[in-house]
Write a protein that binds this ligand. Structure first.
Ligand code: BGC
Length: 466
């Protein structure tokens, strides 16, 4: 994909900088990803709103009007169009559409139709996610994904959504990051319901979500023959802190297996791996239920065996201080910003033989210290992967405008565009200009890369270099 013209009188570095050009395939999607609860504002009928009210967010913050999308998503759609983006992933807030079981809010449906039409008018292809961490309060009260009829309930919601919006959308993401939803809600206690150390429950949740995914997959195809249906998988890189110390290696393998592989094994093989297959019911019919894979790729973590972390299977998951990192959260670092994770994720998932979309990649970085570097290196990774024959169809940056970052509240700023949440004023960061230039050109010159990437490559740890 990268073409180098020969240049006899210049140094190899000069040749690389002035002549290299990465050209992406026609129709490649340059998008951004969002989630309803993080951008819409005034979502007050889901389990996250209860979690916020009970004071679980850093500094007691609330999502409030968020990015005010319920009133004016079009302001950000205009920005996306001006930036030359051709795709936008958003989610439908289930609790707005179905505020009570089997009761449908026609006004909410109308508003979502307006948004989807607004995207089409601006030449932006929508991708709709059915569940991005939030669901109606009534569903949570009825035991959520642990309830015996979760599959029927989720299928009912899916059918209604496709019936209402199917003429405006052909790309569907059933679930965003089932592994994060289960781990943060039932093992780490950072998401509702705030359970800690309940690994068995987290695994039951994952299996239930896989069954719901399969029901939604079949229902969507029944209603829309050309549909493309997938899920968004958070793929994190785990490395043993002390590679020569066997307990670190074993515990790293276990964490990787539980977090990265469990849901994937169900979709890929129709079974979870031993001994989980004995505990969580039949998932054979889930095998192969996806048309594409969505990958959310952010970070690398180190893992050491630690007796003090018994509730987390003795795994101490941490980020060394001397690696590139975004802004830190209250108690723990967000993760090492690690563009090479894209390569590792794609290599792992390409075995499924399905098209791949990078559906999230980004970094919390209010000052844009390393986001341009991250974008440049993500694009280089994609270019190389496509050149090697991987079927990657799009890259969706997380995210367009700073938004409500779940338990971290407003502290972590992931936007290409800075948001002043008190005035709703938006200011494009340099990385927004960079991403816009890449999207408009459907490619990247290394001149552009050098101009925007303020972190000299030499300053980064050797395994982050390209
Ligand atoms: C989630 C987003 C979140 C982002 C940054 C992803 O795992 O899907 O909702 O904002 O990470 O933390």
């Amino acid at each position: 994909m990268v073409s180098f013209a020969s240049g006899e009188n210049s140094s190899p570095k000069d040749q690389f900088v002035s002549r290299a050009w990465m050209n992406f395939p026609d129709g490649f999607l340059w998008g951004i990803s969002t989630a309803a609860h993080q951008v819409e504002g005034r979502n007050e009928n889901n389990q996250w709103s209860d979690w916020e009210c009970s004071g679980h967010i850093r500094n007691g913050e609330r999502s409030g009007i968020a990015c005010d999308w319920w009133n004016n998503a079009e302001r950000d759609f205009d920005l996306a169009r001006e930036m030359g983006l051709n795709a936008l992933r958003m989610s439908i807030e289930w609790s707005r559409i179905e505020p009570q079981p089997d009761q449908w809010d026609l006004q909410a449906i109308k508003r979502y139709r307006q948004m989807l039409e607004g995207l089409h008018q601006r030449g932006i292809r929508p991708m709709l996610c059915l569940h991005h961490f939030t669901h109606p309060r009534w569903f949570e009260r009825d035991n959520g994904f642990l309830s015996t009829n979760a599959e029927d309930i989720f299928e009912r919601f899916t059918r209604r959504v496709v019936a209402e919006f199917g003429d405006l959308c052909g790309y569907w993401v059933t679930f965003n990051e089932p592994n994060v939803f289960a781990a943060l809600g039932y093992v780490l206690g950072e998401f509702p319901p705030g359970e800690k150390g309940k690994i068995g429950t987290a695994l039951r949740i994952l299996h239930s979500m896989a069954r719901c995914h399969e029901r939604a997959y079949r229902a969507i195809h029944e209603l829309q023959s050309h549909a493309q249906v997938g899920w968004a998988h958070n793929y994190a890189i785990f490395e043993p802190a002390r590679a020569a110390f066997p307990p670190d290696r074993w515990i790293t393998r276990l964490v990787n297996h539980l977090f990265n592989e469990t849901f994937l094994a169900i979709i890929d093989h129709g079974k979870s791996l031993f001994p989980l297959n004995l505990l969580n019911g039949n998932v054979r019919h889930v095998q192969g239920a996806c048309d594409f894979v969505g990958l959310n790729v952010y970070s690398r973590f180190h893992v050491s065996f630690s007796l003090r972390h018994a509730s987390q299977l003795f795994a101490n998951v941490f980020v060394p201080a001397d690696v590139p990192q975004g802004d830190s959260g209250a108690e723990k670092p967000y993760g090492e910003a690690y563009p090479a994770a894209i390569r590792l994720a794609v290599e792992r998932f390409s075995r499924l033989g399905k098209p791949i979309y990078i559906l999230e990649n980004g970094v919390p970085d209010a000052q844009d210290r390393i986001r341009p570097w991250l974008i440049v290196n993500a694009v280089k990774e994609l270019d190389r992967l496509i050149a090697k024959g991987n079927d990657i169809r799009g890259y969706f940056h997380w995210t367009l405008t700073d938004n409500f970052e779940w338990s971290e509240g407003w502290g972590l700023r992931f936007g290409l565009v800075a948001l002043d949440s008190s005035t709703q004023q938006r200011t494009m960061r340099p990385s927004g200009h960079l991403y816009s230039a890449i999207a408009k050109a459907n490619g990247m010159s290394l001149d552009l890369a050098e101009r925007f990437a303020p972190v000299p490559v030499e300053d980064l740890p050797s395994d982050s270099r390209f």
